[in-house]
Write a protein that binds this ligand. Structure first.
Ligand code: ZN
Length: 145
């Protein structure tokens, strides 16, 4: 294992063990459930908007370390972004996992979420890593025009 992989694993472990994003919001504008039957992962995302900015986000749920940490990292990355920016980041993450990114510089916008890039080597874990991102994509599709 090289240093970079070790760093990635640390990010994933940190978010799965002790996520400050795992809670209910006092008030939320939208929420969306996500479910990955392959692994038994379940999450509920809660979003608070201020205009078209994602002012606050949180999640509840249970499942494997990958699904829970991916959700938490996604929240850190998307909080404070506009809906348009968030959609772009989500698409970039999904493309990264599918290995459809050829321009490495595009991955910069993923911030800590780049830690999940090696998940594409573990096909059984791909759905776990993508659960939150697909759920957020659905939420934004349904609730924004
Ligand atoms: Zn899982």
């Amino acid at each position: 294992m090289d240093d970079l992989e070790e760093l990635y694993n640390e990010i994933i472990m940190e978010h799965s063990m002790n996520s400050y994003n795992k809670k209910n919001l006092d008030s939320c504008d939208f929420c969306e459930m996500g479910h990955n039957p392959n692994c038994g992962d379940e999450i509920k995302l809660e979003i608070k908007l201020n205009g078209d900015i994602i002012e606050d986000m949180a999640f509840t749920g249970h499942g494997c370390a990958i699904s829970q940490s991916s959700t938490s990292v996604m929240i850190d990355v998307l909080k404070g972004k506009t809906i348009k920016e968030a959609k772009d980041v989500i698409k970039t993450f999904i493309d990264m996992i599918k290995r459809e990114i050829t321009d490495e510089s595009k991955l910069e916008k993923l911030e800590e979420a780049i830690a999940f890039r090696n998940i594409s080597n573990m096909p059984a874990r791909v759905k776990c890593a993508l659960l939150a991102w697909h759920t957020m994509e659905d939420l934004l599709e349904k609730n924004s025009k």
